[in-house]
Design a protein around this ligand. Structure first.
Ligand code: CP
Length: 308
């Protein structure tokens, strides 16, 4: 039985296979409408979510299966003190596969140790968010035709903006470290820089090209992809630091003036105000297409883990 806790759980070949499968589903959705008939997905979300939870549920419904679950810890017996291990043992009696989001890093790993059905990590604290990474990879490949040979600006708490706390950025860097010819430009305020363990263990260890910048507009002309992220209020230790840094990197039409004509702008969403809505109709803005890719790649993942 396979789980997906970390993007590193998947080989490069498996990731390529999932992206190929997602492309196939997009091309022929009618072929997949009964592939998970009589199967049930449980979505256990101990933290808020719109895209991840609903795209998982839409994915299972479009595969002909059913969904059950909860969208907040307070409506589950976690509020009475039930452990993750006990919750998972019980939900495994009702569902064939579980997607779980939890604020504590490592909680999905604990779940996997006690589960009789496949567990998918739908985000654990500031740690990992592997299905967002699969979503990002599918989006980049569909927009550019390849996962090789580009310069990506990571702006925020993962890539552009707040790189320190962003689980989406950490997982994406891990995944793109397997590509060739990718240059990383890490754009963030000093306080929100990418953790040194990511730089040391991934970027430096693999000899990847990267630079650290604080001025988004200055590096814009060299970027093929700009990956924006939200400065995450919930991961700050104090409100004062959050209020001081939250507007550090707002993408406006003026900042895009020097950008390439074929730049692609990604954002895992939700955005707060880090991308001006004036950019939404620019064909270079991919973030809503990216959200749609999330449903298809999660369909591919459910099929793989259920061997359906
Ligand atoms: N991108 C993402 O994880 O969005 P949600 O928090 O809405 O699931």
């Amino acid at each position: 039985m396979r789980h997906l806790i970390d993007i590193l759980d998947l080989s490069t070949e498996e990731i390529t296979g999932l992206l190929d499968q997602a492309d196939e589903i997009i091309a022929h959705p009618e072929d997949y409408r009964e592939r998970c008939k009589y199967k049930k997905l449980a979505t256990l979300f101990f933290e808020p979510s719109t895209r991840t939870r609903l795209s998982f549920e839409a994915a299972m419904l479009e595969l002909g299966g059913s969904v059950l679950g909860f969208s907040e810890a307070s409506s589950s017996s976690a509020a009475k003190g039930e452990s993750v291990a006990d919750t998972i043992r019980v939900v495994g009696c009702y569902a064939d596969i579980i997607a779980m989001r939890h604020p504590k890093e490592g909680a999905p790993m604990v779940a996997a140790m006690h589960s009789t059905v496949p567990i998918i990590n739908a985000g654990d604290g500031g740690h990992n968010h592997p299905t967002q990474t699969l979503t990002d990879l599918l989006t980049i490949r569909r927009e550019r035709g390849s996962l090789d040979n580009f310069t990506i600006g990571l702006c925020g708490d993962r890539l552009c903006g707040d790189l320190k706390f962003g689980r989406t950025v950490h997982s994406l860097i891990e995944a793109l470290s397997r590509s060739t010819g990718v240059k990383f430009v890490l754009i963030s305020p000093e306080e929100l820089k990418l953790p040194s363990y990511i730089k040391k263990d991934v970027l430096q260890a693999k000899g990847l090209q990267y630079s650290q910048e604080t001025d988004l507009a200055a590096v814009m002309p060299e970027l093929d992809i700009l990956y924006m992220t939200r400065v995450q209020r919930e991961r700050f230790f104090n409100e004062e630091d959050y209020l001081r840094l939250k507007d550090s990197y707002i993408l406006t039409p003026e900042k895009l003036a020097g950008a390439k004509k074929d730049l692609r702008i990604l954002h895992p969403l939700p955005r707060v105000n880090e991308i001006s809505t004036a950019i939404d109709d620019d064909p270079r803005a991919c973030y809503f297409r990216q959200a749609l890719c999330g449903k298809y790649v999660r369909m591919a993942l459910i099929l793989k883990l259920l061997e359906a």
